[in-house]
Design a binder for this molecule. Structure first.
Ligand code: PLP
Length: 383
């Protein structure tokens, strides 16, 4: 199994913030480098072959996700994927129509809906999910209680960024489908982290990063759109599209994926990572990391004033967990102190008025890292 020494991560830092930008093993970066070199050895030939190369990279990812290759495009990140969806719905919804979301969404994606929809009079309705976060069943009811006859789109994170909560999107997408509400899922933290099968999920649009939990090079993500809605999606930059040679996947792919000259090495490296994930095997990586995340949770919640984010323990199934800290915590000071004084990299921020610490565990995380976190937080709060 890969371990810390297979990463470029600094050995003097307890890196417990995989959730923000991921981390990529050396052998994956070497594979990416091989693609870059192939491109630079004969750029014209490389871009002539790129359509076929991308087709096989797409097929590999689609098969991992339970999707059809023709319904999926590579994008640089899920921020871009959400932007494409928000732009598309902004064009077809009417003033007064509603997009239903929650108050645990990622800020940049919230902004995309504001930019393309709120500015046109479309309402962006946030269901309030309390902290501590209730059970999955209660989350479904809280969100569903905000549905009105004007609700046209449900926009949800699969796993939330500020609070590290897995939302019951399976149940919510199914309910939405039954009543004709479109669902757009921001799955940034899902691939490589929790089981994901797009053939059964019943979402209409799903975008996610490979560069977080799959440990692919940065700039590798995807946007999947159900066939029926693909006609609505326009790329945010118009290029040669269907007039390009990028023709093997059909119009949706040609329009969305051929965006002029750019580095496609992060996408082409994904099949290598999928193979690597099989060899580890990834299920063992995930179990080990979940155990470390749980240990972190146990160490932290032993400290007075520190509590788990989830009331009913659903966070025990994730590699990323969050705790609430004592009310008076100065989160900026604490984050800075943990890093400069104890070399511990975690998220410490305030969300919905609560001071929150989010830590992540992955293949490079050790018991020592987690121990350093527990000791540092205890020293900081009990000083
Ligand atoms: C839930 C969620 N959505 C979207 C993003 C944006 O990811 P990216 O910057 O790769 O687009 C993040 C990043 O942390 C996230 O946590």
């Amino acid at each position: 199994m890969l371990s810390r020494s297979d990463f470029l991560l600094r050995s003097d830092v307890a890196f417990l913030n995989h959730g923000s930008f991921g981390a990529c093993p050396r052998i994956v970066l070497e594979e990416q480098r091989r693609w870059v070199e192939r491109m630079e050895q004969q750029p014209v030939l490389f871009f002539r072959e790129a359509d076929e190369l991308m087709q096989s990279a797409r097929a590999a990812l689609a098969s991992y996700l339970g999707a059809r290759a023709r319904d999926l495009i590579y994008v640089t990140n899920s921020t871009y994927g959400v932007n494409v969806a928000a732009h598309a719905f902004g064009d077809v919804l009417a003033p007064g129509d509603e997009i239903l979301t929650t108050d645990h969404e990622y800020g940049a994606c919230d902004r995309a809906w504001s930019q393309y929809c709120v500015s046109k009079g479309i309402r962006y309705v946030r269901a309030e999910i309390p902290i501590p976060v209730p059970s999955a069943e209660e989350i479904v009811e809280i969100i569903w209680s905000k549905v009105t006859p004007r609700t046209k789109v449900l926009f949800l994170s699969h796993i939330t960024s500020p609070t590290a909560v897995r939302f019951p999107v399976e149940e919510l997408c199914a309910r939405a489908k039954e009543v004709g509400i479109r669902s757009v899922i921001d799955g940034s933290h899902a691939p490589g982290h929790i089981p994901l099968d797009l053939s059964t999920l019943q979402a209409d649009v799903y975008t996610a990063n490979c560069h977080k939990w799959m440990c692919t090079p940065k700039g590798s993500a995807f946007l999947w759109v159900t066939e029926e809605l693909q006609y609505m999606m326009s790329p945010l930059a118009v290029s040669w599209g269907r007039e390009s040679s990028w023709q093997q996947g059909g119009t949706f792919i040609a329009e969305q994926e051929y965006l002029g000259t750019r580095d496609i090495s992060p996408f082409l490296t994904v099949p290598f990572v999928l193979q690597l994930m099989q060899e580890q095997p990834w299920s063992a990586v995930q179990s080990k990391a979940r155990l470390l995340a749980q240990t972190a949770m146990e160490l932290l919640t032993r400290i007075s004033g520190v509590s788990s984010m989830c009331a009913s323990g659903q966070d025990s199934l994730l590699q990323m967990t969050a705790v609430t800290l004592p009310d008076a915590t100065d989160v900026d000071h604490m984050k800075e102190w943990l890093y400069t004084e104890r070399a511990v990299e975690v998220v410490v921020h305030r969300w919905l008025g609560y001071p929150i610490l989010r830590s992540s565990a992955h293949i490079h995380t050790s018991q020592t890292d987690v121990g350093m976190l527990g000791e540092a937080v205890s020293d900081y709060l009990i000083k």
